[in-house]
Unconditional design. Structure first.
Length: 135
């Protein structure tokens, strides 16, 4: 395993472990705004990068339908988020649950009356936008 890959895994592990001490109340911005914790190229896969984000989802949020130019892995650490994906039933993910979203899959997220928080880990093509909104 390359040193870069080990660094990425170490940052992800530390982020997940440290999230337990920070609640949605202390992380609460007034709007949806992912905080990028790390962005790094993958040495083992030319043209790909990893993005790790700490994401706060305000209460009663409905993100627009969108897709990503790579895989997305989400670990909900507080609250619950409803995942809406074309061709699938809506599914609620609660704290402690995780999901993966394939390349180019059109999806959205929404919250109920309570905010939520998640760690998002993406592997995608360098230079591409992080998300592409679908009209």
């Amino acid at each position: 395993m390359s040193a870069n890959r080990l660094q990425i895994l170490a940052v992800f592990a530390v982020l997940v472990a440290s999230c337990g001490g920070r609640t949605v109340e202390s992380a609460a911005p007034s709007e949806f705004k992912p905080q990028t914790v790390m962005r790094a190229p993958l040495d083992s896969a030319d043209g790909l990068e990893v993005i790790v984000q700490d994401v706060y989802f305000p209460a009663n949020l409905e993100l627009p339908r969108h897709y990503h130019p790579g895989e997305e892995y989400i670990y909900v650490i507080e609250g619950e988020v409803t995942h809406v994906q074309e061709g699938e039933d809506d599914r609620v993910y609660r704290a402690g649950e995780a999901l993966s979203i394939g390349v180019g899959k059109v999806h959205a997220a929404k919250t109920g009356d309570e905010p939520a928080r998640a760690v998002i880990f993406r592997v995608h093509r360098r230079g591409e936008p992080e998300r592409i909104v679908v009209e």
